[in-house]
Design a protein around this ligand. Structure first.
Ligand SMILES: [Zn+2]
Ligand SMILES: [Zn+2]
Length: 64
């Protein structure tokens, strides 16, 4: 990821921000099984390994 711009892994759509990309994915690509999506923050990853690393780095021990 470079700067604040974010690209949709599904269709290549360029969003002005990560948040805008998440909203785009939720609206346009809702319910798609792939690529893996973080259930906590909604971020989408290219592989399950990336999602796992994201969880360990961002949401580690975040279970309440
Ligand atoms: Zn898209
Ligand atoms: Zn997350």
């Amino acid at each position: 990821m470079a700067g604040s711009e974010a690209t949709c892994d599904f269709c290549g759509y360029k969003a002005p921000s990560e948040r805008a990309l998440q909203e785009h994915v939720a609206k346009v690509h809702a319910g798609r099984p792939f690529p893996p999506k973080c259930e906590v923050c909604g971020e989408v990853f290219e592989s399950p390994a990336d999602l796992k690393a994201h969880h360990e780095g961002v949401h580690r021990a975040g279970r309440s």
